[in-house]
Design a protein around this ligand. Structure first.
Ligand SMILES: Cc1cc2nc3c(=O)[nH]c(=O)nc-3n(C[C@H](O)[C@H](O)[C@H](O)COP(=O)(O)O)c2cc1C
Length: 403
């Protein structure tokens, strides 16, 4: 009986064509399967899929997500030390800032590190932007602040100048959100020895990324905190949850698939591997770490998080992002058809955010977080990474024993 159940588990775990190597065993489908099953509980479980571990030479296929202004340099360093892959978001830097910060960051670790960039295209539309400022006028009046004279973006997309800086820094991984930069830049990064990741929210996006040379695709389910990485579609209503997205992406591409969205503990990590993922990227789970650079408002929102307090809204930046609901999301959104192009929603709200926060109010603050926020724990980044790895490996061992 135990043998039969174990055979079923093996069948399930070969989703995506990768054999489950529970107990570190290489050839699981061997004749003396029952004998090995009896020995297995004494062994330490290993990760079911080694694609990402072998590619990056890391111990645990766990990635701390890049999280805009919420990630301190201490976070990726600590995650790397604990055996995972740490990420550092660079979408708000100039090339000069990137050179300076990147050098300092890379000097702190000899572990692989991921530098993350945005590839958005801002579509300027003066009439729409003026109309949006008009929509915000009652709030400017209420809070007694001046509206911005013009909407100026503080988030340049990845360009040739940035690419020069990254090629000099040579991080092990460069990841992108919202697609990819032009092909010549991707080629230059690859020639410099960087591994390229990018987010996909549909099968078509995953295929598009693979065709353009991406080394691993991050399948981002709708549960995810922060901006939707969507770039071939704007149709939010048809975006998939992680459970449905990951296996379909695994079936569609040959490159390793990293699951993201709603994963915050060992249970979610093991589920992602059962779906065929080669790794897991977690953002919201790391937001409660003391090293995270989040506002007191967001920390409070995370502490009191429940299953139903986030929504996908475009009123904060112009692009759909999963956030904790606050006044501006409720009153103008969650989705506004007339929001300006990303990232111009941010400067439009900036005077309101500053004034409200000076009065201890988070009515206009962007508080990004995913559906699994309530599963978050207040642990230091390195410790959290070790705990997540331990939980997942123990759960794998338990499932294996149960078979
Ligand atoms: C606060 C926050 C900020 C984020 N900022 C970025 C970013 O700058 N770049 C990026 O590629 N992804 C960003 N993301 C999305 C993550 O890469 C990832 O897809 C997401 O966190 C996974 O879902 P989870 O939050 O449920 O773990 C952000 C997520 C959060 C929660």
């Amino acid at each position: 009986m135990a043998g039969i159940r174990r055979r079923e588990l093996i069948k399930t775990a070969t989703v995506g064509g990768v054999a489950l190597s529970l107990g570190g065993a290489q050839g699981l489908l061997v004749a003396n399967e029952e004998v090995r099953a009896q020995e297995a509980p004494l062994r330490v479980a290993s990760w079911p899929n080694r694609q990402l571990l072998d590619l990056l030479k890391i111990e645990h296929p766990l990635i701390q997500a890049p999280m805009g202004l919420h990630t301190s340099p201490a976070m990726p360093v600590a995650v790397g030390r604990a055996g995972g892959l740490g990420s550092f978001p660079c979408s708000t830097f100039t090339a000069a800032q990137l050179r300076d910060l990147g050098r300092k960051l890379l000097a702190q670790t000899d572990r692989p590190l991921n530098l993350n960039f945005f590839c958005h295209v801002t579509k300027r539309n003066p009439a729409l932007e003026a109309a949006w400022l008009k929509r915000l006028a009652p709030y400017y009046t209420e809070l007694e602040v001046n509206p911005p004279a013009a909407l100026v973006s503080a988030r340049p997309p990845f360009d040739a100048e940035m690419c020069d800086a990254v090629v000099e820094l040579k991080p092990r991984v460069v990841s992108f959100h919202f697609g990819l930069p032009e092909a010549t830049l991707v080629d230059r990064l690859k020639a410099a020895g960087c591994v390229i990741f990018s987010s996909a929210t549909t099968v078509a996006e995953a295929r598009w990324l693979e065709e353009r040379g991406v080394d691993a695709v991050i399948a981002q389910g709708l549960e995810a905190g922060g901006h939707r990485g969507m770039f071939l579609t704007t149709e939010l209503a048809s975006q998939l949850g992680t459970l449905a997205l990951v296996p379909q992406v695994v079936d569609a591409v040959k490159i390793p698939v990293i699951a993201a969205g709603g994963i915050a503990d060992g249970r979610g990590i093991v589920a992602a591997f059962a779906l065929g993922a080669a790794g897991v990227q977690m953002g919201t789970a790391y937001l409660q770490c003391p090293e995270a650079t989040i506002s007191p408002y967001e920390r409070a929102a995370l502490k009191s998080a429940k299953d139903n307090l986030t929504m996908v809204s475009n009123v904060l930046t112009g692009r759909p992002a999963r956030v904790f609901v606050n006044r501006i999301v409720r009153e103008l959104g969650p989705l506004a058809a007339d929001a300006p192009s990303f990232p111009l929603g941010t400067p439009a709200l900036a005077p309101l955010v500053s004034k409200a926060e000076s009065q201890s109010s988070a009515d206009f603050t962007g508080m990004y977080g995913g559906q699994a926020a309530a599963l978050g724990r207040e642990l230091a980044c390195g410790e959290l990474t070790s705990v997540l790895a331990k939980e997942a490996l123990e759960r794998i061992r338990t499932l294996y024993r149960a078979s």
